[in-house]
Design a protein around this ligand. Structure first.
Ligand code: BES
Ligand code: MN
Ligand code: ZN
Length: 397
């Protein structure tokens, strides 16, 4: 028997409290045992009673259904994050997308292979997987729950299934945690799964840019210059700043869908952990009302983000003598310069970037593992959009 109590947020309502209760119980029961020889004892709830006034039962029921869908998305994202890099490869992520396609009639999947990406000119994305034996993939999942003519909302996830740093090799200590470098991709997959389960009346497209960053003999070297899908060239001064290199081509690819909004999610910078610690995702955007909506959604869903500035003054840190831009901006403002880099590929639509480096997983002891953030924030953003459908209020920047 459980009682609803106030939860820290400016929003207090029965739908929210019921939903969060369901989410917290269902996510508490998740146990990782996929790569253990002894399977965990499953915890099951026989019955959960939530008492609500008669007038509130309908609201309570929708909270229950949404809560279950969102929890499933969170736990699916955690499972992908927790899987080791030798299992969860770009190919594994592509197969996961195909599995979702067979589970939901409303989902359509397309996988771009390296050849396809080469023909399109996605040489920045391809440069990241060059040093790896695992082929890179661009995974595109369409959820068509809205009107045929509704502009889609696009979610783009960083899917680096292991980040060694490449030739700019990372130090050894704690490097195992770079299996979590696909948590952005995992949260995008978890969110579109939840959206399909909730049957949201929207069109949503998830794009996962998947690659393994390894220092093989064909790997990109510091100083190499690549041409992005956008035509802009990049001098790769540090092969460990690889997330932006896969994301920029995925973000340019997103243009073809004439999106209403594009949100990318990435474990992009260690600097974000320095700036915000492990509580808030970093939020950077070229559109104030989109940013506002995401902040509100995160607060409501108890999965908060916090803004950082994306001022023009920071852009010059990316200047290069040998290409249109460098892929790193030096020691200062690492999260901002990473977003500045992405902003050069997102001028065609309202765009926001969520840096989840500090929140995507726990590092400590028994708690070590993926969190599923920011599935709750993204789901709430989409639920809010679905609810506002009758009073369209889009601002074009
Ligand atoms: N995946 C890392 C960012 C990261 C590091 C997330 C540690 C969580 C914990 C990313 O690819 C990376 O290596 N970023 C570099 C960028 C730098 C070379 C400009 C970083 O943050 O050090
Ligand atoms: Mn890296
Ligand atoms: Zn990375």
């Amino acid at each position: 028997m459980l009682a609803l109590d106030g939860l820290a947020s400016e929003h207090q309502d029965v739908y929210r409290q019921t939903r969060l209760l369901v989410e917290w119980i269902s996510t508490d029961f998740y146990q990782y045992d996929t790569t253990k020889s002894k399977k965990a004892e499953p915890t099951r709830i026989e019955q959960l009673s939530i008492y609500l006034e008669d007038s509130l039962t309908e609201l309570g029921e929708s909270a229950l259904l949404d809560g279950v869908a969102i929890s499933n998305g969170i736990n699916a994202a955690r499972e992908l994050g927790n899987l080791p890099g030798n299992i969860c490869t770009p190919t594994y992520l592509a197969n996961k997308a195909k599995a979702l396609e067979s589970e939901f009639d409303t989902l359509k999947v397309k996988i771009l292979e390296e050849d396809d990406m080469d023909k399109l000119g996605m040489h920045s994305l391809l440069s990241v997987g060059r040093g790896s034996a695992e082929p890179s993939k661009l995974i595109v999942i369409k959820y068509l729950g809205g009107d045929k003519n509704d502009a889609p909302h696009v979610l783009v996830g960083k899917g680096i299934t292991f980040d060694t740093g490449g030739i700019s090799l990372k130090p050894g200590a704690g490097m195992d945690e770079m299996k979590f470098d696909m948590c952005g991709a995992a949260s995008v997959l978890g969110t579109i799964e939840a959206a399909a389960e909730m049957q949201l009346p929207l069109n949503i497209i998830a794009i996962v840019a998947a690659a393994e960053n390894m220092p093989g003999s064909k790997a990109t070297k510091p100083g190499d210059v690549v041409t992005t899908l956008s035509g802009q060239t990049v001098e790769i001064l540090n092969t460990d700043a690889e997330g932006r290199l896969v994301l920029c081509d995925a973000l340019t690819y997103a243009e073809r869908f004439k999106p209403a909004s594009v949100i990318d999610v990435a474990t992009l910078t260690g600097a974000c952990i320095i700036a915000l610690g492990h509580h808030a995702s970093g939020l950077l955007s070229n559109n104030d009302s989109l940013a506002e909506n995401l902040l509100k959604a995160g607060d409501y869903a108890s999965d908060r983000a916090w803004p950082l500035p994306l001022w023009d003054e920071y852009q010059e840190l990316l200047d290069s003598n040998f290409a249109d831009m460098a892929n790193i901006g030096g020691r200062s403002a690492g999260t901002i310069t990473a977003a500045c880099f992405l902003s050069r590929f997102t001028k065609a639509y309202p765009w926001a970037h969520l840096d989840i480096a500090g929140v995507a997983w726990n590092s400590n002891g028994k708690e070590k593992g993926a969190t599923g953030r920011c599935v709750p924030l993204l789901c709430q953003y989409l639920i809010d959009l679905a609810e506002s459908i009758d009073m369209p209020e889009h601002d074009h920047h």
